[in-house]
Design a protein. Structure first.
Length: 145
């Protein structure tokens, strides 16, 4: 069973590793810190055996929306329910924040993640043409609360 808790400063190295290996993105550590200051509760990690193995970084966007900016479970820990635990916690937090919807973007080819999001009630709300740095399209998805 994974423990879900808030991000802490000493998680930074593991977060950067998970984001690079699972999402192929390399962000400066200052970006994670900046986002964590904006909305501390919205930055979640999944810990198993004392090791951070998953992360979900969400932000508040305007008065009515939260947005998932990054979400990844380390490959060898997938399909064990850790993603579900993180998503359920994030939905609860968003409900408590009294926002009306949760939004996110996902690569059009990432069918596994799209299926995962659909299971939680996210629906396709548009296409972002050539959204990613390699020119792949993004799908916009949102869940009404
Ligand atoms: C999308 C992602 C976060 C989901 O995380 P996850 O921990 O694998 O998700 P879960 O384990 O909660 O659920 C995924 C699947 O495992 C299944 N599962 C959950 N617990 C299980 C268990 N104990 N045994 C077997 N399968 C299980 C779920 O039913 C689901 O299966 P399905 O999609 O075939 O119906 C993960 O695949 C990931 O990190 N992908 C790469 C990064 C990525 O694409 N992020 C999203 C970018 S927008």
């Amino acid at each position: 069973m994974a423990v879900i808790r808030n991000f802490r400063y000493d998680d930074l190295d593991r977060i950067a590793e998970i984001v690079s290996s699972s999402l192929g993105e390399y962000y400066p550590k200052s970006l994670y810190l900046e986002k964590s200051h904006d909305w501390e509760e919205g930055f979640l990690v999944g810990v198993e055996g004392g090791r951070v193995v998953a992360m979900l970084l969400g932000i508040v966007q305007g008065r009515f929306e939260t947005r998932i900016l990054m979400f990844a479970v380390e490959r060898s820990y997938r399909k064990r329910g850790i993603g579900r635990e993180l998503m359920e916690r994030f939905i609860d937090l968003s409900v408590m924040k009294r926002v009306k919807r949760i939004s996110l973007e996902v690569r059009r080819s990432n069918l596994e993640a799209i299926r995962f999001y659909e299971k939680f009630g996210f629906k396709n709300t548009g296409v972002l043409f050539m959204y990613y740095s390699d020119m792949e399209d993004g799908l916009k998805m949102a869940k009404q609360l």
